[in-house]
Design a protein around this ligand. Structure first.
Ligand code: GLU
Length: 333
């Protein structure tokens, strides 16, 4: 577990400094506290997860400073949902943002988590919807899934949520990577540049909107987002509790000149059962008490509502530290 207690190290460090006659007042006060380091895994730096994780940490650190708790939260960029869940398993991370489909599969041991179940994954809350968006290059002539046949398509880096969801989508259509003339594995920071430079014809990305990485392609080089509503996609949404249809309204990006409808998961925050109730309670309290501030931080967060955040998209059991706070608030009976 990376909730590391460093007091011992600090004490010996301060002891060493004392013996050298080099002590500073701040070092002495640090030595008194047992500092707890908390890490939240996010996604690529141009995504929404990175903003979410860093704002959660900001609220948590501010609350800790105010209450005199020795907690320090950080939210590094990462490969995305599946990477985060696996890093929670290995205790490299305590929390991670993850798509609701991958939360479900990790807890149930299905799909990519078959034979690799993470029964101890726990839900904390959910965030924004993440419609699966296929961005197609200007002049590519691609208007639907069928037009992607024989095209150069970025299916995403291993470890990202969109890579997994792209694979789910290919399966739903009964195809594999060979459907495309080239299937690249670029990450979310690289894909828009590759599209605008003409190196690929399309990429898939499940992400909240509006989003910087998508606007780099739409506003940057007139890429369009295609709707995904035909029978195989309807079946996916009907059969899977973690997918919904979402509308990306006209005007979201300069090339969205009519509403785009596509399926997708929801972003969620997950942790592990053995992360302390105190830490999880502290995190959720800081986020919900600072929710007005949080919602202003990114346009994808504007619609967040505590009543849906404590249940939508959550298939693993709630962590007891989160449940305690939700019960106190009366959001869960
Ligand atoms: N949904 C993406 C993933 O799970 C990340 C999106 C984002 O960074 O906002 O990898």
């Amino acid at each position: 577990m990376s909730v590391v207690k460093k007091a011992g190290i600090l004490k010996s460090l301060v002891g060493g400094l004392l013996s050298c006659g080099l002590v500073f007042a701040s070092s002495v006060s640090l030595a008194k506290a047992e500092k707890i380091f908390v890490s939240i895994g996010t996604g690529g730096p141009t995504g929404v997860y990175f903003v979410a994780g860093n704002k959660i940490c900001d609220l948590m650190n501010k609350a800790a400073n105010k209450n005199g708790d020795a907690v320090r939260c950080n939210a590094p960029s990462s490969g995305g949902s599946i990477y985060n869940i696996n890093a929670i398993r290995s205790k490299e991370l305590d929390f991670g943002v993850a798509q609701s489909d991958w939360q479900y599969h990790a807890y149930k041991g299905t799909s990519k988590f078959k034979g690799n179940q993470l029964e101890s994954i726990r839900a904390v809350f959910s965030l924004h919807a993440e419609p699966f968006q296929i961005l197609v290059a200007k002049g590519s002539g691609i208007k639907s899934w069928a037009d992607l046949k024989g095209k150069r398509v970025n299916i995403g880096n291993a470890g990202s949520g969109q890579r997994g969801t792209f694979e789910t989508l290919m399966k739903a259509y009964g195809v594999d990577k060979s459907y495309f003339s080239l299937a690249t594995e670029l990450n979310s920071t690289e894909q828009a540049g590759a599209l605008c430079n003409g190196n690929i014809d399309a990429f898939g990305y499940s992400v909240g909107f509006p989003n910087a990485g998508v606007s780099q392609a739409t506003d940057g080089c007139e890429a369009r987002i295609i709707s995904l509503t035909d029978a195989p996609v309807k079946k996916l949404v009907d059969e899977r509790p973690f997918f919904n249809f979402t509308k990306i309204p006209t005007g979201t990006y300069s090339t969205v000149t009519e509403d785009v409808t596509t399926f997708g998961p929801r972003a969620t925050l997950v942790t592990r059962a053995d992360v302390s109730d105190k830490v999880v309670y502290g995190l959720v309290k800081a986020v919900f008490e600072g929710l007005d501030d949080f919602k202003k931080y990114h346009p994808a967060f504007r619609v967040l509502d505590p009543k849906t955040m404590v249940k939508d998209g959550l298939s693993a059991p709630l962590h007891p530290g989160a449940l305690k706070y939700y019960k106190e608030k009366g959001w869960i009976k």
